[in-house]
Each structure stands twice: as C-alpha cells, then as structure tokens.
Design a protein around this ligand. Structure first.
Ligand code: GLN
Length: 265
C-alpha cells in the first residue's frame, strides 16, 4: 500500500513537472513562437490581425492568444514547423501576403471567390458571416433605420464590402477604421449608428460587455481559412502542412478544446 502511494505520488509529481515545463515553453514572446527549436526547417512568417477576439487578441498578461493563434500553434507543433507571428492588422496582413512579405495569413479571413483569385486557402476551419450591430440603447431595428446616418466598417473586410454593396439602397454613408476596437468605439460614441462585423466576433464582444446589439440577419455567410499567396512554392508547402495538421488536431479533439477555451456554448 505504501509502495503504491509512493508510486502514485511520483507519477503526480512527474506529471506536474511536464505541465510546468509545457507552461514555461508556451509562455514565450508575443511576436514569435516555435514548435521545436531543434528542427531544421524554415521559420514561416505568418501575419494576423491586431484585435479580433476571440480569434486573435492580447490577453490580460499581454500574451497574444485566440482561436487562430492557438490553432496555428497546435498545427505547427503537429507538423513540426516554426513560425513567427506578425500582428499587422487585417488589411495590412492581406497586403503583406499579396506582396509576398509574409508566407501566410491567419486572421479570421473569410474564404471568398474574389480572394481566391490571389490566394489559396486551407480547408475552412470556422463558419462565420457578417452582421450589423448598433448601440445597445439604439432604436434602430433594421437597415431602413440606417438611412441618412453613418456606419462604421473595417478596411478591407467582408463587412466593409457588404456595407458598400447596400449603402446606396439604404442611403447611409460609411467611415472606415483599421481595427475592430476603434470601429466599436465610434458606434459607442454615437458618431456612427452601426457597424458591420463578423457575428462570432461581435457576439464575443457583446458577451464581454460591449454595449452593442445585433440587428437583422447574418449576411455573406462564409468560412475562415488560412491563406497563402497563389503560385508561391513556400506557401504551397505551408498550406499542405496546415491542412494536414488541421485534420489531425480536429481528429485528436484539440481543435474543439481550443474553440471551447474561448467560446462557451
Ligand atoms: N472575416 C472578415 C474578412 O475576411 C474579417 C476579418 C478580420 O477583420 N480579421 O474580411
């Protein structure tokens, strides 16, 4: 019995050691991370958005976290590649990819036909779509209520494309912002009466206490994918690994664990 107890204690202690070591190694610097310092392969440059919770954001400890970040990390570990994360902002990330300044983008980036002309996407990893949000205390209940008013959007996003496509029909003007946080602020300040944003993101923001509410149906339903430049050899290799790793982290249950860390159903 005593022996058993000793053995059990040893097991617990070694498990704790493993957990501590893992925690130390994952607590690395914000801008870069690697799956295995001993591996020889290249370090891929991956661009992402700045604040797009729950997909990428800085937590209270100043660490960049989120579904995209954790998923990329899990896939990199699974496929044994290294990466350096560049939180450039959405529009800048997409432009950097187009200019081949980075090897890939993971930024809650919707897979669209237009983007497919320039980029190759991974298998979809998250379903999304655009929705309109107004201030919590707003009287606006539909797009007609936007007539003669101003609406906030984020440069280069699907929300922005959608707002542009209906602004003449509903007679509203559009102001663009570089990031989601400033877009929400503009609505809260009353300069804009609404914004167009991805529903999982606005839903998360509302859950976190942002005084906003969604109106109307979800538009432009599209899924997120990891993107690389078309016809780029490095990108093609990276995309292949991303897809292979995505399948494995899905099968292992790690994908669900990551999503559940940020989104409670
Ligand atoms: N999903 C949207 C798009 O691809 C917004 C992405 C983002 O703002 N990070 O346009």
């Amino acid at each position: 019995m005593k022996k058993l107890l000793k053995y059990g204690l040893l097991l617990i202690l070694s498990a704790m050691l493993v957990i501590t070591l893992a925690a130390c190694s994952s607590g690395g610097s914000d801008e870069s991370a690697s799956s295995d310092s001993s591996s020889e392969g290249p370090t891929y440059k991956i661009a992402t958005d700045t604040t797009f919770a729950p997909f990428e954001f800085e937590n209270d400890e100043g660490k960049r976290v989120g579904i995209d970040i954790d998923l990329l990390d899990a896939i990199a570990k699974n496929q044994n590649f290294k990466y350096e994360l560049q939180p450039l902002g959405f529009d800048a990330a997409v432009q950097a990819l187009e200019a081949n300044q980075v090897d890939g983008v993971i930024a809650g980036m919707s897979i669209t036909d237009e983007r497919k002309q320039k980029f190759d996407f991974s298998e979809p990893y998250f379903d999304s779509g655009v929705v309109c949000a107004v201030a919590e205390n707003s009287d606006i209940t539909d797009y007609e209520g936007l007539r003669g008013k101003n609406v906030a959007v984020k440069t280069g996003t699907e929300g922005s494309t959608y707002a542009d496509s209906i602004k003449d029909t509903y007679g509203f003007t559009v102001t663009t912002f570089q990031d989601s946080a400033n877009m929400y602020e503009d609505v809260k300040a009353g300069n804009s009466v609404a914004c167009f944003e991805d529903y999982p993101v606005i839903g998360y923001a509302i859950n976190q206490g942002q005084p906003l509410k969604m109106i109307g149906d979800v538009q432009q339903g599209s899924s997120y994918g990891f993107a690389v430049s078309k016809g780029n050899e490095t990108g093609a290799k990276l995309l292949e690994m991303f897809n292979a790793g995505l399948t494995e982290v899905r099968d292992s249950g790690e994908y669900d664990e990551i999503v559940n860390t940020y989104i409670t159903k």
